[in-house]
Design a protein around this ligand. Structure first.
Ligand SMILES: Nc1ncnc2c1ncn2[C@@H]1O[C@H](COP(=O)(O)OP(=O)(O)OP(=O)(O)O)[C@@H](O)[C@H]1O
Ligand SMILES: [Mg+2]
Length: 310
């Protein structure tokens, strides 16, 4: 049974089509990134899947159960994190999870075991008896993930789970999600960050203006990328004279200083071209400390793919 199947899904708001004939399947055990720019229709799709919104037409199935026809059974196999979670500020994680577990029909025994396990998973064990009201946004988000997996759902759906978090909070949430994938959960996560999807997901579904543009393994999608933004760190100070020399190397485009001891540029080509470029840099006696792709060119590609489809 496929954890998520979306068929010809349409959602109109008045005369505006927010989701436009979307069809998508998420296979068991995969971590799928639902990628699209602001307003693409990600939240709308996720709200239909989680029974917070009714579709105009089309259908959605969770674990084979029709979300519209049998929402209760469909929701039983789902754990979700949608929008900034609201918790009772005066309750602790232990109390909150006990309450939610009871609502979901779990036994007291099961609630106790699972609470311990999920707080461990989201690294919040030492906060189990502190009031949520005092928690940071990142900590609340981890509690939101804990509640989503409490009843061991077959599929976890998250709408931009790292949005509004600082870089460390984002990294922590991504780590936790990568851990869930290892535990065997099927995960469907929306994001507008290509680098985030690249980091944690194994498949990607790209949407814009409510339409599916591409879907498939992240590697296959990114394998088609042949423009890279390269970031280089050096032992030398990169002054005007160095920039001048570097800019004369064949293949270096859009060269920019990056701090005192580094620079970045755009390179067309794949591994072969990157290896050659590194040799050229060393050929002009640059002491290269690190030489790597940064996310910028990927963001460019993402924008260009969206433009292509318009
Ligand atoms: N209740 C509503 N009434 C009218 N229009 C809506 C409503 N909800 C969403 N929309 C519109 O539908 C489109 C898709 O919105 P949605 O929130 O699904 O996008 P998104 O991909 O989640 O974007 P973001 O990255 O900004 O969260 C947007 O143009 C939005 O303005
Ligand atoms: Mg959204």
């Amino acid at each position: 049974m496929e954890p998520i199947v979306i068929k010809d899904l349409v959602k109109d708001f008045g005369g505006f089509r927010a989701v436009d004939n979307l069809s998508l399947t998420v296979r068991s055990g995969t971590f799928v990134g639902f990628l699209g720019p602001n307003g693409a229709g990600k939240t709308t799709t996720i709200k239909i899947l989680t029974n917070m919104l009714r579709a105009t037409s089309g259908s959605a199935f969770l674990n084979g159960v029709d979300v519209v026809k049998d929402p209760k059974a469909a929701m039983a196999s789902l754990g979700a994190v949608v929008e900034t979670p609201e918790f009772y500020p005066y309750l602790t994680p232990n109390e909150t999870l006990a309450y939610l577990g009871e609502l979901r029909g779990m036994s007291p025994e099961d609630i106790r075991t699972r609470t311990r396990e999920v707080l461990e998973t989201v690294k919040m064990t030492e906060w189990a008896d502190k009031r949520i009201g005092s928690f940071s946004k990142g900590m609340k988000q981890r509690i939101a993930i804990a509640q989503a997996i409490l009843h061991r759902p077959a599929v976890v759906i998250l709408d931009e789970p790292t949005s509004g978090l600082d870089p460390r909070g984002m990294a922590e949430v991504r780590n936790i999600l990568a851990g869930l994938k290892k535990e065997g959960y099927t995960i469907f996560m929306s994001s507008h960050l290509l680098n985030e999807v690249q980091e944690v997901c194994d498949e990607v579904a790209l949407i814009d203006r409510g339409k599916l543009l591409r879907s498939g393994p992240v590697d296959a999608l990114l394998g088609s990328v042949n423009v890279h933004r390269m970031e280089v760190r050096t032992l030398q100070q990169i002054d005007g004279a160095w920039l001048n020399k570097i800019s004369q190397l064949e293949g270096v485009q859009e060269l920019r200083a990056n701090g005192a001891m580094g620079f970045s540029f755009t390179l067309t080509g794949g591994d072969q071209e990157q290896a050659e470029m590194l040799r050229k840099l060393q050929g002009i006696e640059l002491d290269v400390v690190s030489f790597r792709e940064s996310g910028v060119a990927l963001e460019n590609l993402y924008l260009s793919m969206i433009k292509e489809s318009r």
